[in-house]
Design a protein around this ligand. Sequence first.
Ligand code: GTP
Ligand code: MG
Length: 195
Amino acid sequence: MVIKNVSLDIVCGITSKLPDTNRPEVAFAGKSNVGKSSLINGLMNRKSLARTSAQPGKTQTINFYNINEAMYLVDLPGYGYAKVSQSEKEKWGKMIERYLHTSKNLKAVFLLIDIRHDPSANDKMMYDWILNNGYEPIIIATKLDKLKRSQIQKNIKAIKEGLKLSKDGIIIPFSAETKQGRDEIWALIDELTGL
Ligand code: GTP
Ligand code: MG
């Protein structure tokens, strides 16, 4: 995808009605602070259109980024953020599930996992949610620049095993610092959205 113009078009809170965009959507899920908004900025060639923060819990809405008036990148709120109350977590879980369940235009769901860590119980639950909604989760191993080269293959293997990825399950390492992995992710999005 050659980026011509991008804009934050739709922001949904817990009580919002989810939009029917009539354009292909791909969504990004993952633990709070894993790098979803940073990845979306990297894909859009923008530094800070998607707001990022060193503090987890930055994105608390479902944000639809319009790419070239052709499709949407959808930034989901992160899960596993300790400071949020249990009832708030449940509301968000339901909202994300509702989005995965009802979007007519959702073509793919990317699940982000920090390349330095084994998948958590929440990551595994999210993986299963995505699967149960009929999508094959595409894994992005984030913060690649934080790992020594010699550790990369070992950690990718651990993520694959932790999530019990199928043999042809896809996992793409990505760094928002170096943009390594960006072209591969776009190639996949182009293919999945038919653009
Ligand atoms: P929530 O909105 O809270 O769910 O978080 P998020 O998943 O959107 O994470 P965000 O993109 O805000 O990034 C969290 C922190 O990690 C920020 O301080 C980013 O700068 C940092 N970060 C994200 N991706 C990378 C990366 O590839 N490399 C490095 N070194 N830091 C990263
Ligand atoms: Mg975010």
